[in-house]
Design a protein around this ligand. Structure first.
Ligand SMILES: [Zn+2]
Length: 312
């Protein structure tokens, strides 16, 4: 039997909003301040990027993840639960952040857009580099790899569907949403073409990564990902797993071990030392890049990969 605590959660959220007051809520970027715009709540950065590009000036977008925070297993405070309840549209990826799934289920029923439903997700085990003991996130998400935004063509399709969904929520601006999605689709198609071209001829095709976030990128551009910690970046790899990865890295003559921006490089550095390789940042773009946006961060990733894999 499931007891739904929805009324209590709502009451807490309302109390929190009253305590904050209008001015505080505004300066906090809480949204809901402009009645002429659709309030869109995005569950993490790539979805914020999509909503801002496609929504333009017809929407106000709030990202549930604070800059610098890691979006896996995000916890929501009562104010954020209130934002989900009050949103005109919640854009999220079911299975990626259980707290968001729960808030949507309880308080945002018909006002949510699940990007995981646009195209079937990859199985976490695809690619042949799933290892025993590499548990964690994939179990919660039903064995699916959530990092779908790292394939620009999939993100473009998600953008097209988001434009349709926004157009239903706000029919007056439907044509604008469609037009902006089309522009973004073209930019993502160019990015895809550049990635395909830039990664066509490389000396090596294996990427050893701290967090197994690059399955979609690897699948799209025929790379092979060797993940150290699994799909969830906080998982602590066993000494045995580290030794296995070091062996694989040596077998593939990897010269670079990749780590990412939001998580400590310690694990990648350990493996790199072990095999005498360098480390470099490959951004899974789970949070906003330090500068630029999704598109420029992907282009930086392309240059990093070209250098590490010796692509000519
Ligand atoms: Zn991740």
């Amino acid at each position: 039997m499931t007891v739904r605590p929805a009324p209590r959660v709502l009451a807490v959220a309302t109390a929190a909003l009253l305590t904050l007051g209008g001015a505080a809520a505004c300066s906090d970027g809480g949204g809901g301040s402009d009645p002429g715009r659709v309030d869109v709540v995005a569950a993490f950065y790539p979805l914020q990027f999509l909503a801002e590009r496609i929504g333009g000036d017809a929407v106000t977008v709030t990202n549930l993840v604070k800059p610098g925070a890691e979006p896996h297993d995000l916890e929501l405070n009562p104010r954020q639960v209130g934002q989900v309840s009050d949103a005109g549209l919640v854009v999220y990826l079911a299975g990626f952040q259980p707290a968001v799934d729960e808030a949507v289920e309880q308080n945002a029923g018909g006002r949510a857009f699940d990007v995981a439903g646009v195209q079937p997700l990859r199985d976490a085990a695809e690619g042949g580099h799933q290892h025993e003991g590499e548990s964690g996130h994939e179990e919660e998400s039903g064995g699916k790899d959530p990092h779908v935004w790292l394939d620009p063509t999939r993100l473009a399709t998600i953008g097209d569907r988001l434009a349709e969904r926004l157009g239903k929520a706000d029919p007056d601006h439907a044509a604008d949403y469609t037009a902006r999605a089309k522009t973004l689709h073209a930019e993502l198609a160019r990015l895809d073409a550049d990635l395909a071209q830039g990664l066509k001829t490389c000396q090596r095709r294996e990427i050893v990564t701290s967090h197994t976030a690059f399955g979609y990128l690897a699948a799209r551009y025929q790379l092979e990902q060797v993940g150290i910690t699994g799909l969830s970046p906080e998982a602590e790899p066993s000494p045995q797993r580290l030794a296995e990865v070091a062996t694989e890295a040596r077998e593939h003559d990897a010269t670079t071990i990749f780590f990412e921006t939001l998580v400590s490089p310690k694990v990648a550095e350990t493996v790199a030392r072990e095999v005498g390789a360098k480390t470099a940042v490959l951004d899974p773009i789970e949070g906003p890049p330090a500068e630029g946006d999704y598109l420029s961060a992907m282009r930086t990733n392309l240059q990093t990969l070209r250098t590490a894999l010796d692509c000519s």
